[in-house]
Design a protein around this ligand. Structure first.
Ligand code: ASP
Length: 311
């Protein structure tokens, strides 16, 4: 039996200091929510879903409630989940009326012959599976409105630092876990980027970009400038490096920095190898992250700064 481990991120970007505490608290709570499932012998897949659900409810993060807004002032969410034992995936995009896109993605994985459902199709599927709808306006936070207003003043989508002037810095969320049976799973969920076009799809629902899990190698969840992450297939780039024998931390550094130097935009990633070794790296100013293992929580948000608490 393996010692279970779960790691989460709460988004990469130029996170303003006023948002640091909320993001760290929310990241720790999410990692612990997932770890509780692992301690009870639950699966990595259920643990990563629970961790992401916890952050989708929390307005400190750009996922579920608190998602950033598109140019029309609407929430359009995306999520993906992957199971490393059989490489099965579930993903949804352009979701507007549900609080937990990650749970719909999980259902796509278990109950649909398809891998990625979008817009009306994702809605029909979710309704068929009994997910409750919410009013789209109920997902909009004051912070997200403010962020869109800031964006509209300059209109410069895709600037290097996501979240500059507190625009999108509330953060995509993700989780990677290895359970006691040695199975790997990864989940990622986002509202995208402030001021995105209606119908814009980023990296998060795209397998190999936002999310990848393989029991033979490990798992990765990414965050940052979506158009760059998807061109670089960032999650799978990290997996490929590990497959060739590079350790989790070095692989994460190399791929994130490789993407940034090639595409001139920033990102972050969290990685676990199949043996539970950790990789965390971000080329943005900040990225909140937390992991729990051995009844210990380890977390951080700034470069070269790591905190530890008992679980
Ligand atoms: N990667 C997300 C997107 O581009 C944004 C983020 O991670 O903050 O949709």
């Amino acid at each position: 039996m393996m010692k279970p481990i779960i790691i989460v991120h709460g988004g990469a970007g130029d996170i303003p200091s006023s948002r640091v505490k909320g993001k760290l608290d929310g990241s720790k709570a999410a990692a612990r929510a997932g770890y509780e499932i692992l301690l009870k012998g639950g699966t990595a897949l259920d643990a990563v879903e629970a961790a992401v659900v916890s952050m989708e409810k929390d307005e400190n993060f750009n996922a579920g409630y608190g998602s950033v807004l598109n140019l029309r002032g609407e929430v359009e969410m995306e999520a993906s989940i992957m199971r490393g034992s059989d490489l099965n995936v579930g993903a949804v995009t352009l979701v507007k009326e549900f609080l937990h896109p990650i749970s719909i993605a999980h259902k796509v994985l278990t109950d649909s012959p398809h891998s990625l459902l979008g817009a009306e199709g994702a809605k029909l599927f979710a309704l068929e599976k009994g997910f409750p709808t919410v009013k789209p306006e109920s997902l909009i936070s004051e912070h997200a409105k403010q962020a869109l207003n800031n964006f509209l003043k300059h209109g410069d989508f895709g600037r290097t630092e996501i979240g500059e002037k507190d625009e999108g810095g509330v953060g995509t969320v993700g989780a990677v876990a290895v359970d006691a049976a040695g199975h790997v799973a990864v989940a990622t969920s986002t509202g995208g980027m402030s001021g995105k076009a209606v119908g814009r799809i980023g990296d998060t629902p795209q397998i190999g970009s936002g999310t990848y899990a393989d029991d033979l190698v490990g798992g990765v969840s990414t965050t940052g400038h979506g158009e760059s992450i998807l061109k670089y297939c960032l999650a799978h780039s990290i997996i490929k490096l590990m497959e060739s024998g590079v350790d989790a931390q070095t692989a994460t550094n190399k791929a994130v920095e490789g993407m940034t130097s090639r595409l001139k935009n920033t990102a972050g990633a969290i990685t676990l190898s199949k043996d539970g070794e950790v990789g965390v790296h971000f080329s943005s100013q900040r990225m909140s992250w937390a992991y729990v293992k051995d009844n210990k929580t380890v977390y951080g948000i700034n470069h070269n700064e790591t905190f530890e608490e008992s679980y």
